[in-house]
Design a protein around this ligand. Structure first.
Ligand SMILES: Nc1ncnc2c1ncn2[C@@H]1O[C@H](COP(=O)(O)OP(=O)(O)OP(=O)(O)O)[C@@H](O)[C@H]1O
Length: 235
């Protein structure tokens, strides 16, 4: 049995060392259900390292991560089905159609009544008309829409998104924005890395700013402060 859906992810003094580099240095924070957390920082600040640890594909060198009451190692073994992850890799197959891709991932997760769920997601991300075309013929934006559907169709409680608006036009970015709001309203834990400051400014309940592996700011954007000023003061 997978562990229960966590109502928070808690990090306490989490460090990750590569050789002599502290990719993360004693990061402590709580990511709550029903909130969107933005992860910001300059190149090399540690954003991807933190997201990889939350996805349980990397582990802290030191410190503690808890998914609800479940310890990191246990969640990494049994909790992955609770995680939805949009990473730099699309993880969709060019030879399969959009519909076949989603059906395949749904079957991997053992989702009952998968076809209905697949149709719902194709519709939601605007790919119903292209559902029977091989993904190799899709534009970058269409692939990204499919990637987002693939990451969400198993109903994950913890949603991790690394630049989800990559390759998307204005309509695609608006879709990401409305999906993020829905995920929050449904009580999920949402964490997003994005250079799209207007998206973050509108949506994020919690802004984490990393600098050289250290957490320099955490919490809601101070009222009346533009995100860019807040970022420049801490990144
Ligand atoms: N596998 C690795 N081996 C060695 N060093 C690594 C590894 N992964 C990350 N690092 C180092 O850890 C630090 C943080 O990297 P990370 O990729 O987490 O930053 P980032 O904020 O995601 O940067 P970017 O915006 O460029 O993707 C950097 O100094 C990076 O060189």
């Amino acid at each position: 049995m997978p562990p229960r859906s966590p109502n928070a992810v808690t990090l306490r003094d989490v460090s990750r060392v590569f050789g002599r580099t502290f990719a993360l240095h004693r990061v402590s924070t709580t990511l709550k259900a029903g909130s969107i957390t933005a992860l910001l920082g300059n190149n090399g600040a540690g954003k991807s390292t933190l997201l990889n640890i939350l996805a349980t594909v990397d582990a802290p060198s030191d410190g503690e991560v808890r998914f609800g009451k479940v310890a990191f190692a246990d969640f990494a073994r049994r909790g992955r089905a609770r995680i939805g992850w949009v990473s730099h890799q699309t993880l969709v197959y060019d030879e399969l159609t959009g519909r076949e891709n989603l059906t395949f991932f749904g079957q991997l997760y053992g989702i009952p009544h998968i076809q209905k769920i697949v149709e719902g997601w194709l519709e939601r991300v605007g790919l119903s008309a292209a559902a029977d075309r091989p993904v190799g013929t899709y534009s970058r934006g269409m692939k990204q829409r499919l990637t987002i559907a693939r990451a969400l169709l198993h109903d994950p409680q913890l949603v991790l998104l690394d630049e989800p608006a990559t390759g998307l036009d204005q309509a695609g970015t608006a879709l990401v924005s409305s999906l993020l709001g829905e995920l929050r309203d449904e009580g999920r834990i949402v964490v997003i890395i994005s250079h799209n400051f207007s998206l973050i400014e509108t949506l994020a309940d919690n802004v984490l700013i990393l600098r050289k592996g250290q957490l320099r700011a955490s919490g809601p954007l101070p009222p009346g402060t533009p995100l860019v000023s807040h970022y420049q003061a801490h990144a």
